[in-house]
Structure formats: structure tokens, C-alpha cells
Write a protein that binds this ligand. Structure first.
Ligand code: DAK
Length: 258
């Protein structure tokens, strides 16, 4: 499918989705968010896709929700119209792993979109922030919730209350991003990580995604039980036999998602 605000390429079992509103630093307007939801839903349904990489430009992953589009909206518009809820719920329904490859600004809704992905690989130019406070609003897509779980209360308060930006080094140190690489290596690193995931059993990678996400939503006791039952369930798959058999036979596993 062709999109106005995205460039989508599928190769070697990886869907690369690039946000493409360069004139607005990839600000998230309603067209971009609904196209992103559609592209991710399409990638979820495409058997050839086993991992997804979401990225922006060198200058901006995304500089936030589109202030020009939002500024004149009323409470009735945003609450009554449930602004962005269907789009973000569609993103949350994707079961395949999504890597955010972040260069430049990831601000407001841009930082929140990166946090909706399963992990973030950042370039050394990345800048993260929740500057909504400067616009007279609070974050609305996880900036007070996911950020707090990732970096803790103190830094989440600091980021949300002052609106300051966090550089890549601080973001890695704080647990917001999984790794930082030189800007020139960002896409190669993200695609290599995606390839590493794509050759695994998809049953296993989807189970891992569900289980790690469960850790944020439940008690340790319930989470450990959920993880153990998933572990038990893996023994009903051919991929467990193949993975362990390949290890014992000292060869590469050939997973079949069965
Ligand atoms: N929206 C619209 N346009 C934006 C934009 C944004 N967020 N960010 C940048 N642009 C546009 C600029 O207006 C400018 O356009 P022209 O003037 O050339 O037409 C162009 O991109 C280049 O930007 P600058 O000229 O400002 O570039 P600089 O390098 O000087 O500065 C910057 C880069 C990223 C520091 C600066 O642009 C900036 O501060 N941008 C705004 C960052 C921001 O405040 N982001 C938070 C937005 S609020 C919701 C859930 C979530 C949200 C909303 C609702 N619901 C659940 C309902 C989220 C809210 C937000 O994200």
C-alpha cells in the first residue's frame, strides 16, 4: 500500500517503516498516525514480515504531535472524538517485535511513540523529551506512564515538569534506550538486530514480547506464573525440538513457526 506520510519497505523478512513528514520534523498528525496504524497492521498480517523497524529522519524521529493541527481543537473535539485512541490501540495490537531506530528529536508524542515500540536503538544525536508542559498540556500517549516505568519517578518528573531534553548517553544510562551507536551506524545496527530476531522462531519471539510486556502490567508472582506457563507451552512446538536438536547436533536451527 502507498502512504502519504510513510515510506515502507519489506526486505529479508523485515518491514522498515520510515516516518516521512520532513517539513514538520515528522510531527504526528492524524494522517500520519492512521497511516502508521494501517502500515503496522499490514506488517502484522504479512507472513513475510517477522520483525518491524520504525524510524524517522536523521534530524527527527518525530518532534511530537502536530501542534498546528491540534492547537485549535476543543475539549469536545479531543475527548468526544477520542483523539488518537484507535491509532494507538492498533499499534498496541501488533504482536511482532518492533524496534524504534531513533536519530535526532524524539519529543512529546515522538518520545511516546518510540516507547510504544519494544525497544529503542538510538544514535548519538538522539534527543528525548516530554516538553508538553511548555504548551500548557500534559503528555497523553505514555509520557507520564511508560517513561516513569522505564527511567523511574525522579527522571520522569524532571523530564515532564521541566520539559528538558535528555541526550542519548543519559537515555542509555537511564534505561530508556537499549543501545547507542554512532549516527552513521544507526540503520545498519537496527536492521542487524531485526535480522537477528527474524531468524528466530516467530512463536518464540511473540511469546517473549507478550511475557516482557506482562512484567509491566502485573505482580511479580502472576508474571512469573505467566512466563512459566509460556515456557511449558513451548514444549508443544516443533521449534523447541528443532532449536534444542540443532544445538546438540552443533548446527544452525531452521525454525518453521510450528
Ligand atoms: N508540530 C508541528 N510542527 C512542528 C512540530 C510539532 N510538534 N515540531 C516542529 N515543527 C515544525 C516547525 O513548526 C517548523 O515548521 P515551519 O515553521 O518551517 O513551517 C519545522 O517543523 C522545523 O522546526 P523548527 O524550525 O522549529 O526547527 P528547529 O531545529 O529550530 O527546532 C525543535 C527543532 C524540535 C526543538 C522545535 O521544532 C520544537 O521545539 N518543536 C516542538 C516540540 C514539542 O513541543 N513537541 C511536543 C508537541 S505536543 C494526545 C496524546 C499525545 C499528544 C497529544 C494528544 N492524545 C491522547 C489526545 C502529544 C502531544 C505532543 O507531542
Amino acid at each position: 500500500m502507498a502512504y502519504d506520510t510513510l515510506i515502507v519497505e519489506v526486505s529479508d523478512h523485515v518491514a522498515l517503516i520510515k516516518l516521512n513528514r520532513p517539513d514538520a520534523l515528522n510531527a504526528l498528525n492524524s494522517t500520519l498516525l492512521s497511516e502508521l496504524a494501517a502500515a503496522l497492521t499490514e506488517a502484522q498480517g504479512n507472513e513475510k514480515v517477522r520483525c518491524i523497524v520504525l524510524t524517522g529522519s536523521e534530524k527527527a524521529f518525530a518532534a511530537g504531535a502536530d501542534v498546528k493541527e491540534m492547537s485549535s481543537k476543543s475539549f469536545v473535539d479531543v475527548f468526544g472524538g477520542d483523539l488518537f485512541t484507535p491509532e494507538t490501540e492498533a499499534i498496541g495490537r501488533v504482536r511482532k517485535p518492533i524496534i524504534a531506530a531513533v536519530s535526532g528529536y524524539a519529543l512529546g508524542g515522538g518520545c511516546e511513540l518510540a516507547m510504544m515500540c519494544d525497544f529503542i536503538i538510538a544514535s548519538d544525536t538522539a534527543r528525548f523529551g516530554q516538553p508538553e508542559v511548555n504548551l500548557g498540556i500534559v503528555a497523553g500517549l505514555g509520557g507520564t506512564q511508560r517513561l516513569t516505568r522505564l527511567v523511574g519517578k525522579s527522571k520522569a518528573m524532571d523530564m515532564n515538569l521541566t520539559g528538558r531534553f535528555m541526550d542519548a548517553e543519559e537515555a542509555e544510562r537511564s534505561g530508556l534506550v537499549s543501545r547507542v551507536v554512532p549516527a552513521k551506524k544507526l540503520m545498519d545496527t537496527a536492521m542487524e538486530a531485526a535480522q537477528a530476531i527474524a531468524v528466530k522462531s516467530q512463536l518464540t519471539t511473540m511469546a517473549i514480547k507478550e511475557s516482557v510486556n506482562r512484567a509491566e502490567e502485573t505482580t511479580l508472582r502472576e508474571g512469573l506464573l505467566f512466563e512459566r506457563r509460556l515456557f511449558h507451552a513451548m514444549f508443544a512446538t516443533g521449534d523447541q525440538k528443532e532449536g534444542m536438536g540443532a544445538f546438540l547436533e552443533k548446527r544452525e536451527a531452521q525454525f518453521r513457526d510450528r
